[in-house]
Ligand binder design. Structure first.
Ligand code: SF4
Length: 187
């Protein structure tokens, strides 16, 4: 085989070749309309998969965290809904804020949120996470987690019971269903 006939192939490293061929394939499927057809099939499938395998961060802040623990016990058994608590933010797609956030905790919580890969969602569980709770207007408690992190679902109560937590996750399912996951994957 005479490689001098393929100057580009000779000049490229393996990594560049993979990038180049990926771009060519991408342009090809876009130009032929195959991408649109594939998206029509893969988007709902991806959306269904993400909705039914949510990994909330295993992170307890205050008393609401006990309700989170009860929710993962055998009585409420959140794993039947595909909710599996994970301890590393890099493996999670839901940040469940379950207590009051002090000004000292705020940068750490923000960092945990930023370490989570996209697409990701946030649930504010209980009055403290929503508005500061009994410490509303206190000098050292943040007046709601949405002051520094975008919140998708609010679960009111002090504390919200495990049923309310499950209902919050089901509301999040509806929101994700409406948003579509393909949009997040392209960003
Ligand atoms: S909302 Fe009530 S139960 Fe939850 S962390 Fe605040 S004080 Fe505790």
């Amino acid at each position: 085989m005479d490689l001098s006939m393929y100057p580009h192939a000779l000049a490229m490293s393996a990594k560049e070749f993979i990038e180049w061929s990926t771009n060519v394939m991408d342009d090809l499927v876009k130009a032929t309309g195959v991408k649109k057809a594939l998206d029509k099939v893969s988007d709902p499938l991806m959306n269904w998969g993400v909705r039914n395998s949510m990994y909330p961060l295993h992170f307890g802040i205050a008393c609401c965290a006990l309700e989170m623990a009860a929710c993962s016990g055998p009585r409420f058994d959140n794993e039947r809904l595909g909710l599996v608590f994970r301890s590393s933010p890099r493996q999670c797609d839901v940040l469940l804020v379950n207590g009051w956030v002090t000004k000292k905790l705020r940068p750490g919580l923000r960092r945990l949120y930023e370490e989570m890969p996209e697409p990701k969602w946030v649930i504010a569980m209980g009055e403290c996470a929503i508005s500061g709770g009994p410490w509303y207007d206190s000098y050292n408690v943040v007046q709601g987690v949405d002051e520094f992190i975008p919140v998708d679902v609010y679960i009111p109560g002090c504390p919200p019971r495990p049923e309310a937590l499950i209902d919050g996750f089901l509301k999040l399912h509806l929101k994700i269903k409406g948003q579509g996951i393909g949009k997040f994957m392209e960003d």
